[in-house]
Design a protein around this ligand. Structure first.
Ligand code: 26Q
Length: 791
């Protein structure tokens, strides 16, 4: 092998030439961005060789593929993870060092690809990395949004949204493939299964390379963009606007808002285009459509890509001439569905009027599926009531989850507790009908990004103790356990934390002007803002602490300083969530500026929490806030990133927290609050009286009083307080006392250094289960059955 990344001298030569070629500059005159773009370009070009050999290998050997259909891929920046996976990071670092440049600095100019809302989108990105690293032919399919998830600014304590113009400068990792464009029809009317006078939109794929970890495998994430159809000679402005709008922006996660036609259009666009390109490929390789299921699994990431089901039916019947039953058999063997949500009210549904107008033929097919499904249930003797609950169309809505469950061969939840709740409660009707379809795949995170890349300090501690094999097989990190009580290792971990805290402190100071104490406990809650995630419980407790520190000298003496850090975006129309952001910011201003408590207590809300910010936050954390109302958080994945970086979880027995505790041991987490079962029973009995807690707990009354002083208008936050008193669906009041106790316990534990750092090490040592390599291996074993690429 002889190539430009071979050693630093060959690299330097190639880099200088490329910089001259691209920007006509010498290295000392180039801007940071030009230096970045040059590096990214030569790496991307270099990867083409592996990309081509991977594609050729998969085709020559007729390997089955998984197409991971997801409306979101929250990729973040790619330069470092691509360099690391390709195995060239150290050569490049060395070369840059010779020139006096820092790779980290260059990385900062890449824009963060924020094509997702939160957990579901980041999971999809971790899965791409893991599948490629396990040499599995898995390919992503999504949309190329011109604007990613909005940029958040805090103005006057409030969230303000700005567009994310991430494509302002060229996205170097993508390749436009004009020759693989497809035409997608919308609207029109149906005559004898034929769609008459539709509006055609051209979908063009942009493929983003996905690099496996040091195995020569390069797959891709296919992002569809829209352009005017080639079928028209004349196009009016309204048509051009429609075409542009389809891939203009990512929708914020917002189950409260009514279905928007544009979102349905996005869903059909990437579903239909993805199916079309799979079938085109299948035929190009000389295979019969009847064998589709032997060559593809279509994984449906939540219900957003549900339309691949009726679309595949349509193609097989209307274009390929198969009968309904034959088409149905194929769909049933190709599609698999992952559920990410428990909240029944969040299950996706579409008004049939909107649906029929946009997708008349697809609607007909769903209606036919529904008719047959109902007939099946009737023949099985199901009650009318149960049939109403299960049918695919009901109460004027198309029910996406019902379609997915009916048409897929696999239905999985994303953590053990979540899958259990689906089976026993939320989807019990379906579980009884199709017990064999249901399975669990506990989520995971790619340890390459979330440890090797973001925490080289911890990586090298582990390397020095265990060698480097664990980097390939994270289960080996268990070997750390035997050092849990080792004073030297404990102090290395503590030093690592201090290093990471200092980096974060600098960043937060630059961003917010707040200077944090490096000796304090770093207590971090970073995730989307949702009532069920209970950022409100966190801030109520902080206010309690503040008031107590001000009046209780004994308490103050025994209290270890604590920094509370929040990062969260609220959906733009989610009034309550935005109110909670404002409350956190208003409270933090008072608290951070009080000389009485200043040294002990700080509260920071970081602006624009995203993948890039996350990479600074996880490694610096001592306490990981995972405090959702039990049963409401399907899994959580931030909880795993904290654990892997040595933070201790303070949390409820919800989602994957249950498995974190199972792996690390209950004594190595701080658990509080009602259980999922208790929550379910409480809801069922209809007897929850949140006001009782207020009446009986002076701490809550004092907190409410304080909140009324935070704004010149004392009723400013009353909509939050009234909700707590009169409804409190997420049981903040019920869990308050238990949370205060858990926080006190954590604060005390931290002061016992030997115990604390043992807990921290035990968490790292037992995080092996949570690599997405394990998750992907399980998907493959139970659902996909892909053969690995072995060159
Ligand atoms: C719905 C309607 C209209 C517009 C947007 C949406 C929408 C968009 C995104 C609804 C939901 C989402 C995302 C959901 C999500 O991220 N769920 C999280 O998935 C993670 C990965 O499985 C879990 O760890 C989290 O527990 C779960 O909340």
């Amino acid at each position: 092998m002889n190539h430009i990344f071979e050693n630093k001298e060959t690299f330097k030569g190639a880099y200088v030439l490329a910089l001259n070629h691209l920007f006509a500059k010498k290295i000392e005159n180039a801007t940071l961005y030009e230096r970045y773009a040059t590096l990214a370009s030569i790496l991307d070009t270099h990867l083409k060789t592996d990309y081509r050999s991977t594609t050729e290998y998969v085709e020559k050997n007729n390997l089955k593929k998984t197409i991971y259909f997801s409306m979101e891929f929250l990729m973040g920046r790619l330069i470092t993870s691509n360099l690391m996976n390709a195995g060239y990071a150290s050569v490049v670092k060395e070369a840059f060092k010779d020139w006096g440049y820092d790779l980290n600095e260059i990385e900062q100019t890449e824009s963060d690809a924020g094509l997702g809302n939160g957990g579901l989108g980041r999971l999809a990105a971790c899965f791409l990395d893991s599948a490629a690293s396990l040499s599995l032919p898995l390919y992503g399919n999504s949309l190329r949004y011109q604007h990613g998830f909005f940029v958040q600014k805090i103005e006057n304590n409030k969230q303000v949204e700005y567009p994310d113009n991430w494509l302002e400068r060229p996205f170097i990792w993508e390749e436009k493939k004009e020759d693989e464009a497809v035409e997608v029809p919308f609207f029109g009317y149906v005559e004898n299964i034929r769609l008459i006078d539709p509006v055609w939109v051209r979908a063009i794929p942009y493929d983003v390379k996905v690099v496996g970890a040091q195995n020569g495998v390069v797959t891709h994430l296919r992002l569809w963009s829209t352009e005017p159809s080639k079928k028209y000679h004349y196009q009016d402005q309204a048509y051009l606007n429609m075409v542009k709008n389809i891939t203009d922006s990512l929708y914020p996660d917002d189950s409260t808002e009514d279905g928007k036609l544009l979102r349905l259009q996005q869903q059909y666009l990437f579903s239909a285009a993805g199916i079309k390109s799979a079938i085109n490929e299948h035929k190009r390789l000389g295979r019969d459509v009847r064998s589709l299921a032997d060559y593809y699994t279509f994984q449906i990431n939540d219900t957003h890509p549900t339309l691949i089901i009726p679309e595949l039916m349509r193609v097989l019947m209307d274009e390929e001439g198969l009968g309904y039953d034959e088409a149905w058999q194929i769909v049933n063997k190709t599609c698999a569905y992952t559920n990410h949500t428990i909240l029944a009210e969040a299950l996706e549904k579409w008004n049939i009027k909107i649906f029929r107008r946009l997708l008349p033929r697809i609607y007909e097919i769903i209606a036919e599926m529904n008719k047959r499904f109902i007939a099946e249930l009737v023949s099985k003797g199901y009650s009318q009531e149960k049939i109403y609950r299960m049918q695919l169309i009901g109460v004027n809505n198309v029910r996406m989850a019902n379609i997915c469950i009916n048409a897929s061969f696999s239905v999985n939840g994303v953590a053990a507790l979540h899958t259990d709740i689906l089976k026993k409660i939320e989807l019990n009707d379906f579980y009884q009908l199709y017990p064999e379809k249901f399975n669990n795949k506990t989520n995971g995170i790619t340890h390459r990004r979330w440890l090797l890349h973001i925490n080289p300090e911890l990586t090298s501690i582990i390397d020095s103790l265990l060698g480097s094999k664990w980097q390939k097989d994270l289960s080996l990190i268990k070997g750390l356990e035997k050092y849990a009580n080792d004073a030297k290792v404990q102090s290395q971990i503590k030093d690592m934390k201090l290093t990471k805290k200092r980096i974060l402190i600098k960043r937060i100071y630059e961003d917010t002007g707040v200077m944090l104490n490096e000796n304090a406990i770093f207590d971090i809650q970073i995730k989307r803002l949702h009532e069920y995630k209970r950022q409100l419980l966190n801030i109520l407790h902080i206010i309690y602490l503040y008031l107590r520190l001000k009046k209780d000298a004994e308490f103050k003496k025994n209290f270890h300083p604590q920094n509370f850090i929040f990062g969260a975006k609220a959906a733009p129309s989610y009034h309550m969530a935005k109110g909670i952001i404002e409350l956190i910011n208003a409270a933090s201003k008072v608290i951070n500026n009080d000389k009485d408590t200043n040294e002990l207590l700080k509260v920071v809300f970081v602006e624009n929490y995203n993948v890039t910010y996350a990479e600074f936050l996880f490694p610096a954390a001592d306490l990981s806030e995972q405090i959702s109302t039990a049963s409401k958080e399907a899994s959580g994945t931030g909880n795993m990133k904290f654990m892997l970086n040595g933070a201790v979880t303070i949390g409820t027995m919800d989602g994957a927290n249950v498995e974190i505790v199972e792996q690390a041991g209950k004594e190595n987490a701080v658990i509080f609050g009602m259980s999922a079962e208790e929550v379910t029973t409480l809801y069922k009995n209809n007897g929850y009286k949140p006001r009782k807690y207020y009446d009986e707990d002076k701490r809550l009354r004092d907190i409410f009083e304080f909140i009324r002083t935070l704004n010149s208008n004392p009723t400013h936050f009353d909509f939050i307080l009234h909700n707590l008193l009169n409804s409190d669906y997420f049981l903040v009041m019920a869990d308050f006392a238990s949370y205060v106790e858990a926080q006190a316990k954590a604060n005390k534990l931290y002061q016992d250094a030997k115990t604390w750092w043992r807990m921290s090490i035990m968490n790292i040592a037992n995080a092996g289960f949570f690599t997405s390599d394990r998750t992907i291996a399980q998907y493959n074993e139970d659902i996909w059955h892909l053969t690995p690429i072995t060159f």
